[in-house]
Design a protein around this ligand. Sequence first.
Ligand code: AMP
Length: 111
Amino acid sequence: MTIFKKIIDHEIPADIVYEDDLCLAFRDINPQAPVHVLVIPKKEITAVDALTETDKDLVGHIFLVLQKLAKELGLSDGFRVVTNNGLAAGQTVPHLHFHLLGGRAMGWPPG
Ligand code: AMP
């Protein structure tokens, strides 16, 4: 069981900013920007490379939640959505998650 599953089950605390039947959003414990929220599906999916056809609506829903949170959290100047897939990309928690980052200028390319 991952730490994110424990957050979904409310077994460990998190600063939750949004929750519905399909997903959960909470502030990253080690923020990399003034706004750094993670949006995760409640379904246990390890990463992008584990997605299947049955997850299409779920992923679409998560992106609309990302859009809504970006508005609510005041990121009208711009924001970044990041998902790391696998060790080489820096994924540390094997539960699919989308980083919503904003509130500062972002460099490109990412590291
Ligand atoms: P990644 O490196 O893409 O797998 O991202 C995992 C993220 O989860 C990191 O940015 C961590 O800071 C964050 N994180 C790990 N544990 C927690 C936690 N208990 N609550 C909130 N964020 C966490």
